[in-house]
Design a protein around this ligand. Sequence first.
Ligand SMILES: Cc1cc2nc3c(=O)[nH]c(=O)nc-3n(C[C@H](O)[C@H](O)[C@H](O)COP(=O)(O)OP(=O)(O)OC[C@H]3O[C@@H](n4cnc5c(N)ncnc54)[C@H](O)[C@@H]3O)c2cc1C
Length: 282
Amino acid sequence: MARVLVVGAGLTGGACAALLRGAALGRIAVWDKARGAGGRMSTSRSARDAACTADLGAQYITLETERAGPRRSFYDELLSHGILKPLTAPVEGMVVKEGSCNYMAPQGISSVVKYYLKQSGADVFYEQLVTCISLRDGKWEVSRKMGPPEQFDIVILTIPVPQILQLQGDIVNKSPEIGPSVVVHTTVTFGSEHLDSDPAEVQQLILSHLERIVPSLPKPASIKCQKWRYSQVTKAVPNCLGQMILHTQPLLICGGDGFTHSNFDGCIDSALSLAEAVKSHL
Ligand SMILES: Cc1cc2nc3c(=O)[nH]c(=O)nc-3n(C[C@H](O)[C@H](O)[C@H](O)COP(=O)(O)OP(=O)(O)OC[C@H]3O[C@@H](n4cnc5c(N)ncnc54)[C@H](O)[C@@H]3O)c2cc1C
């Protein structure tokens, strides 16, 4: 039975592992460098009160009814389990396209990814930063920052493309006590201009601007300034329909929104395409 490693416990990795459940494979392992699941669909908890949460990356998911195709069942499943709920809160300036529905995750957007990881039955390990992937005796030897390297028959990379390129080796209940959370997203231009600036200075710039535009905002109990170095994909890898095979024997394949587009649908398309390619390789 082939031993499979999925690198990345974000939406693509989680959905792909779930799709591979039941395929003629051995146990599937998922490794992520972070301390929890979600990737860019992460939910942060206040250090003062874990019940106070904020989604720092993706905020809501948009179903385009006419273009949903095979993805429709993913929405239906998440809705039937209460993981997604229709987004009913008014969003200032939001343009809702005809035929589309927006959904949010009441338990935090990372609950979507956690749902798929649970469905997959995979062994999920966090704080596993993959640094190097090398061919050894017909298998992939995967090295991480901490712990010994391990060998796999199939490796599926679902990490952002710039992070794939950094790899070394042979690849070139609400209580009144809980206050609301406020998430401030900057523009892409601001983000790019301040990518390498001192985070404390950037945080102060954002806070000063926020105070000017919403002077009545109460002083926050805690603040977290999150920098997304690899945010949304502006130019996907061309002509590869959701995945790219880097090596066939043994199989090394990569996917993620860098091979489609940066939203729920892009990740599901990539996960479907990855699972299909892995199954036809068996
Ligand atoms: C600010 C922001 C707002 C967004 N808003 C929306 C929205 O409203 N709606 C929507 O549908 N989409 C939105 N998106 C896009 C959406 O979040 C992404 O398309 C999606 O989460 C990508 O999922 P992924 O699994 O492909 O990648 P990721 O979520 O990036 O997952 C990759 C995982 O790999 C891990 N990793 C990386 N390198 C290594 C390594 N070397 N070793 C081990 N692990 C590693 C990371 O820790 C991460 O958990 C937004 C994104 C951002 C950043």
